[in-house]
Design a protein around this ligand. Structure first.
Ligand code: SF4
Length: 346
């Protein structure tokens, strides 16, 4: 049984014409898949029954389903999503004053093993297919409409997995999310976050993508970054600075640095100075300073309020555009770096 969502409109036209059907049926099928989010070929009720039966014998729609949702006291919703082959991933819906952001996963597990991240302790099982990522967004949008009375406004690829190691599927998903004949969202409302794979950041530049890029920096010198993010050994900070400048030169898209504050690891004024030096080497719009959410397996904690305030004030005094991001969904383990209470198959 083939996945019908792998067929382009042109593929569908060829298929339906070969079945003796008029060409317009292809458009109908395409609309059912990408605009009406049909759960099965049988849902495509404006197709003749005989055609639905013929198509159902050859094709299926491997939809992602919400297996379980958890609701935080701050309004955040974490979803455990079941993929067609029994794997689970997680997505998080985060309401703020002006935005409704969904944080999506791109891989089942992750191979990069960042030391502070719950997902990093899971083995990477597989990449998510592009249509599974589109389902994550569609499901979140439906959930947002039901729960908050409005749809999602922003998408961040900051869930489970490294998006740039599932490059083809992530870009294809974003294409579907942004194309007017599918979800039609603005690419300016999408941020792809990477642990820092310089070769793929350059590739994004060459592909002239239109979405924003976030670098999960978390340490501003190579020695410390090697300690917490093994990927830094193959893509160090100098490589990343070059790649980010190349990306900006090619796309002019917004770049942010993400920097989790870890107690007595990267929270001193010397660390802040190193961060500022890097900030000056890349056209960065914003530095998000993120409150750490401890996980059982990692030996990190968050600094006290005074240290955090001093760090923030120092950045401000040096005219760094920085913002402190308080954690959301902590009571349901939905905060940044906590996505992993699911693994393996159902
Ligand atoms: S922080 Fe991102 S890249 Fe690092 S282990 Fe977690 S999911 Fe993977």
């Amino acid at each position: 049984m083939k996945n019908i969502r792998n067929s382009t409109l042109q593929d569908l036209e060829t298929l339906l014409i070969s079945m003796g059907e008029p060409k317009f049926r292809a458009k109908q099928v395409y609309e059912w898949i990408w605009q009406k989010h049909a759960g099965s070929i049988d849902d495509m009720t404006n197709l003749p029954k005989a055609l639905r039966e013929k198509l159902s014998a050859l094709y299926h729609i491997p939809k992602v389903k919400i297996h379980h949702s958890q609701y935080s006291s701050d309004g955040t919703i974490k979803n455990r999503l079941l993929l067609h082959d029994g794997h689970f991933v997680e997505s998080v819906l985060i309401p703020t004053d002006k935005r409704l952001t969904v944080c999506v996963s791109s891989q089942v597990g992750c191979s990069l093993a960042c030391k502070f991240c719950a997902t990093g302790f899971l083995p990477r099982k597989r990449n998510m297919d592009f249509d599974e990522i589109v389902d994550e967004v569609t499901l979140a949008n439906q959930q947002a409409l039901e729960h908050y009375g409005k749809g999602i406004t922003n998408i961040v690829f900051m869930g489970m997995g490294e998006p740039l190691l599932n490059y083809r599927n992530v870009l294809k998903a974003i294409d579907k999310i942004t194309t007017p004949d599918a979800l039609g969202m603005s690419p300016r409302r999408i941020t792809v976050s990477t642990a820092g794979i310089s070769k793929m950041i350059r590739q994004l530049g060459d592909d002239e993508v239109r979405f924003k890029l976030a670098l999960s920096l978390h340490a501003a010198n190579d020695k410390k970054r090697d300690e917490i993010m093994p990927i830094n050994e193959t893509s160090n900070l100098d490589d990343l600075v070059d790649a980010l400048n190349y990306f900006y030169q090619k796309t002019k898209n917004e770049i942010t640095f993400e920097y989790i504050l870890f107690n007595k690891f990267n929270d001193s004024l010397q660390d802040a100075d190193e961060l500022i030096k890097l900030y000056r080497r890349v056209p960065v719009d914003l530095v998000n300073i993120i409150e750490y959410n401890p996980i059982e397996k990692a030996d990190f904690s968050k600094p006290d309020e005074d240290t955090t305030d001093t760090f923030m004030a120092y950045l401000e005094s040096k005219r760094v555009n920085a913002r402190l991001r308080r954690s959301r969904g902590k009571d349901i383990d939905a905060a940044c770096g906590q996505l992993a209470n699911v693994d393996g198959k159902s």
